[in-house]
Every structure is written in structure tokens, then in C-alpha cells.
Design a protein around this ligand. Sequence first.
Ligand code: GTQ
Length: 344
Amino acid sequence: MNELGKLSDLPQSYRDALADQNLVPLWPSLRSLLPPTIPARQTRPTMWPYAAIRPLLMQAGALTPIEKAERRVLVLANPGQGLERMQASPAIYLGMQLLLPGEWAPSHRHTPNAVRMVVEGEGAWTTVDGEKLPMSRGDLILTPTGLWHEHGHDGSDPVVWLDVLDLPLVHYLEASYHVNGARQAVSVERGESTHARGGVLPTAGFQSSASAYPMLRYAWRDTRAALEQQARTQASDGPVQVTFVNPTTGADAQNILGFHALMLRPGEACTLPARSPASVWHVIEGAVQVTAAGESFEMGEADTCCSPGYVAIGLHNRNADAPSFLFIADESPLHRKLGIYEER
Ligand code: GTQ
């Protein structure tokens, strides 16, 4: 490839004259902005073992009362991006949030979209847009952009969940802000919304569903049953995977990040093709070896890892006699909407 001129090839007086006018020559940076064949990625394959997070999160519970935190979260930061940037990948923020019995994380709404993947504990709930959603291990709770949400806990043991937000992207767009609100009046108790089951909707008005986000809670019991059902009917030539979608439109559940659940049959191993979006992998049940960009992680329940885009992902169910289940978050809706989605 043609060697391009460097900044140091230019006389200092010329560089100073450019800078004075807020001008920059392109050619010294052209190859790093548009590298050959494959993008440069700062996202480093990284694993965050739950056994390491949990004691530090419980310490945060003792050190910082909820009133002093609003959201008591340890952020899973990618060292390749720099810890201070608090991002797992270009568009994905991950946090492990702790709520202790009796605590309340007050109502607010913000521009970034969030979801919660419940990791541990019973008795907590999130109220989203007046709908009180119970939180149990493996449940996926949506808090889409602009919707009021608050968290509470009526149980007796700590509750922990994984927050997944598109905060890094929205922040990069200079569009990230929040608004605080009063405690919400609950209009729908215990997550029993009319959209609680995919495929059956209230007849009245179903063609013009008022809500852009008709389904806010995806119970793990139902997701797991869907995976097991698919495993029975799908030939065993690849892992069984489902995508969390908006039941009214069939589109991705949220606009920017995609969410999926994957089941590996007992002992199953596979390689997923290299895809352009970065991704996050979280073990809901079982034990899985995840391999990405030359790194291998032995992941047990509640462990989380991430991978940059454009690399193949190897998965190996370490249980020989039981299935394993993963929750996946990725940047695929964003890549598809931007027209940059690729599989290699
Ligand atoms: O629970 O609303 O991890 O607003 C980061 C920002 C959680 C939340 C986070 C948030 C929340």
C-alpha cells in the first residue's frame, strides 16, 4: 500500500497556520481513520467473574446508602476502552446493580435505553411507566428511552441485576440526560400487562397499539421454555437462539441494542461467524467456555464477558449432561439501521 505523508513531513510554520484556522490535514491520519480490510477496535475481550463482583458490590451496600447512590452500581468497564470511559464496547454500558431489602431507587427517566437481566435474589420490582414488574433470576426487564422507572425491594435478601444500556453511544451523541420524578402510581400490578404473552394481544386496538413498547418484561420461565421447545424441533446443527422482540411489530425489542437468549445442548460446541457488532455474553444457567479473539473464558453462572465485533465466537457447553443458557446483548440493531452490519 502507498505510504502516505506524515505530519512531521510538514513545516512547523505550516502546521501552526493550519491549527490557527482550526484546520487539520487528512492524509497523516487517513490510514488510521480507514484502516485496510478490518476496523481497529479498542474493545478487548474481557470477563467479569461474578465471584469477584459480588463481594465488592456487597461492600458498596455497606459503604454507600442508597440515598447517596440513587443507583448502587459497579460498572463493568472494558480496559481496552480505558476504565474511566465506563463502557464495555462502543455502544454498550454494563453495570451490576445492588438493591437491599427495603431500599428504593427513586423514579427517573433518561434518553439512553436500559434493560435489566436479573442475576440474584427475589422480591425486587421495577415500575416502568406505571407497570410494576417483578424481578426473578433470568427475567429481562426493559426500560426504554424516556419511560419513567424506579426500583424497589420487598424481599429479605439482596437483589442483584445486570444493567445493559446504550449509554456510551447516546453520550457520544451529546444526547444523554435524565429527569427526576415523583414515585409512580402503579396502574398494572405484578407485571400482568395485556401484552404479557407473545402472540396474543387484546383484540380492541391491536392494530394500533398505543405503546411503542408493549412488552416490558420477558419472564425467564417463558424464554427458557421457548428455547427448549425449539431445541426439540430444530436439527442439532447449531445452537438454539431466540431474539427478544416487540410482539406488536416483530422488530427488535429496543432501537439500538439487541437482546437474545441462547441454549447449548449438553456438551455442544460451536463457532458463530464473525459479525460486525460487539457483543456481551452472560451465563444464566450452566457452564460455558466462550472464546473470542484468541481469549478463552471459563464462565459459570452469573459470569459476564464481552467481545469486540468482527471476530468469530466459540461456545462450548462444559456440562456434558445438561443444557447451558446464555443471555446475549449486542449492537446489531444499530449496525443494521446504519447499514454497516456484516457477517464474515
Ligand atoms: O437503574 O436507572 O446502571 O439510570 C445506570 C444508570 C442503572 C437505572 C444504571 C441508570 C440505571
